[in-house]
Design a protein around this ligand. Structure first.
Ligand code: SF4
Ligand code: SF4
Length: 149
């Protein structure tokens, strides 16, 4: 069911479900611009945005982020992690913890990364939870160098 937001700068533009990546339409670059006009502290509670693991995590899986997360929202496959947007409380603690800058709040994501919102939501639902730091993948240091971090 679609739900309109009450904030005057956002009303009619965003749907709650799409922000949770469970939605009726994907989060778009236009939504991002609109949200960017409103300071985070001024945003209505329902527009809090999940954090997203993007491409740089692939073949790293350093898992430093997991140790900094106050809730249990990271899920893992053999190559990388995903954040469950319904569990993430948007605290931001994982962003500086990642040595390869793989995590973004939706509002700060480059436009080309928007598909990762759906990927995180879908994959996190299917994969096991991890709640503690693990050893990085054997490819992690090579991948970090390849990414120039
Ligand atoms: S710290 Fe970064 S690279 Fe490591 S698992 Fe988390 S998101 Fe992936
Ligand atoms: S923003 Fe906070 S709650 Fe969300 S994944 Fe990162 S550390 Fe966990």
């Amino acid at each position: 069911m679609q739900k309109q937001l009450s904030h005057p700068d956002l009303s009619g533009l965003l749907e709650l479900d799409s922000l949770n990546s469970r939605g009726l339409r994907p989060f778009t670059a236009a939504d991002k611009v609109t949200l960017g006009r409103v300071k985070p502290q001024d945003r209505p509670k329902e527009t809090r945005l999940p954090h997203i693991v993007t491409d740089n995590c692939q073949r790293c899986r350093f898992t430093d982020c997991v140790g900094h997360c106050p809730v249990e929202c990271f899920h893992s496959d053999d190559e990388r992690l995903y954040i469950d947007p319904d569990v993430c409380i948007d605290c931001g603690a994982c962003i500086p913890a990642c040595p390869v800058q793989a995590i973004y709040e939706v509002i700060d994501m480059p436009d080309g990364y928007l598909p990762w919102i759906e990927i995180n939501a879908e994959r996190s639902r299917m994969l096991p939870l991890i709640i503690a730091k693990q050893d990085p993948l054997p490819t992690a240091e090579a991948r970090r160098k390849e990414l120039d971090f």
